[in-house]
Design a protein around this ligand. Structure first.
Ligand code: ZN
Length: 60
């Protein structure tokens, strides 16, 4: 069985994981209603995407 020759030190493990941090999602303003949305997604507040109405609000 192929196995690592030596135990990986805590320092080495930490150095490798130094680049694994998560970043916050970027948010942009909806051009129609101004709500904060993820880029390239339909606005959940008003249903617009790239200046067009995509989703129509349900009347419950
Ligand atoms: Zn919107």
């Amino acid at each position: 069985m192929a196995n690592p020759k030596r135990k990986l030190s805590r320092a080495s493990k930490g150095h490798r994981r130094a680049h694994l941090a998560l970043t916050r999602a970027q948010l942009v303003r909806c051009t129609h209603c101004g709500a904060m949305i993820k880029p390239h997604t339909i606005c959940k507040a008003c249903g617009h995407y790239r200046g067009r109405q995509i989703l129509v609000a349900e009347n419950n």
